[in-house]
Design a protein around this ligand. Structure first.
Ligand code: NAP
Length: 280
């Protein structure tokens, strides 16, 4: 039986949950001739390393840290990837690179019945995940403001989205300004709160936390972050980033296979894997 291969490149990739998620979906759909595996490629040999999946007939790959930007030189980035400035999915049949983070994030907000159009949304962070979030939120009709520890990086994000996607009207704020802004949704796109720094929150303890808001935390290790707890303690609603992880993967899955993936199963498999990792 010829195997249809897809996979992940990154450095490191050993802790990635993508192989478990995609292989569970293949199995559930009886797609026994499909296999997803992970390849660790150091940054200095990315170009050479890409020959490995290409020469071995891989249909496509996901791309994770630290290659999401560098790989744009070796594939044909589509409009979305150019706008976000990063590729996380490649189809080797066309050599097109795309980015599924923005759609995965917006899909998950919608799956959780979070209103976006016309809403004020505060984005914390200014890295690659923030670029995808802002791009997706503006596309869905939100009014977006950004807070980041390093202001110059937030300025660079605003400039990038202006030039690459024609997005204007983004606001940069200090944490104090943001606290009074009256947003309905706060999206954490920083890595603050990520295991093992589970007690840290990107919302300073010295700032009052606005009541009754929704927090979407892209961090999914742990399932409930310190920021989510702050929000819940102030009569808010908190959603972790596991659904986004499943949904951005599901978009890649459908792109490569042409088959609709079992998203609920993929999410459950991710949750089980994280829970069992915590028991170790
Ligand atoms: P990145 O490009 O490295 O950006 C990291 C961001 O976190 C920057 O804005 C950085 O601020 C901020 N930050 C880091 N440490 C901080 C601290 N101690 N205090 C305040 N801010 C701090 O990373 P990324 O690729 O955007 O990813 C960000 C997070 O999103 C990661 O936790 C990642 O796992 C998560 N993510 C989740 C999904 C999902 O599917 N759920 C998808 C993509 C990413 P400075 O600019 O000041 O350094």
């Amino acid at each position: 039986m010829a195997i249809n291969r897809v996979g992940l490149i990154g450095f490191p990739v050993e802790h990635s949950l993508s192989p478990i998620m995609h292989n569970a979906a293949f199995k559930a759909l009886g797609m026994y001739d499909w296999l997803y595996d992970a390849m660790s490629i150091p940054p200095d040999i990315l170009r050479l390393g890409l020959r490995e999946p290409r020469d071995h007939g891989y249909i496509g790959i996901n791309v994770t840290v630290p290659h999401k930007e560098a790989i744009m030189a070796y594939v044909r980035p589509d409009e979305k990837a150019r706008a976000i400035g990063a590729v996380n999915t490649v189809d080797f049949r066309s050599n097109i690179g795309t980015n599924t983070d923005a759609d995965g994030f917006i899909d998950d907000l919608r799956a959780n019945d979070v209103s976006i159009a016309g809403e004020r949304v505060l984005v914390l962070g200014a890295g690659g995940a923030a670029r995808a979030a802002v791009y997706g939120l503006v596309g869905a009709g939100a009014e977006v403001a950004i807070v980041n520890r390093t202001r110059s990086r937030a300025e660079a994000l605003v400039e990038h989205l202006r030039v690459s996607a024609g997005i204007g009207g983004l606001r940069l704020m200090t944490p104090n300004e943001a606290a009074d802004w009256g947003m309905s949704l706060i999206v954490n796109c920083t890595s603050v709160g990520l295991h093992p720094q589970v007690h840290q929150s990107p919302w300073s303890q010295n700032l009052p936390f606005p009541a009754g808001r929704i927090v979407y935390d892209m961090v999914y290790r742990p399932a409930t972050t310190a920021l989510m707890r702050q929000c819940l303690a102030h009569n808010g609603r908190a959603i972790g980033g596991l659904g986004m992880l499943a949904r951005q993967g599901a978009i890649s899955f459908e792109l490569w296979t042409g088959v609709k993936p079992p998203i609920d199963l993929m999410r459950r498999v991710l949750q089980d894997a994280l829970e069992s990792a915590h028991k170790d």
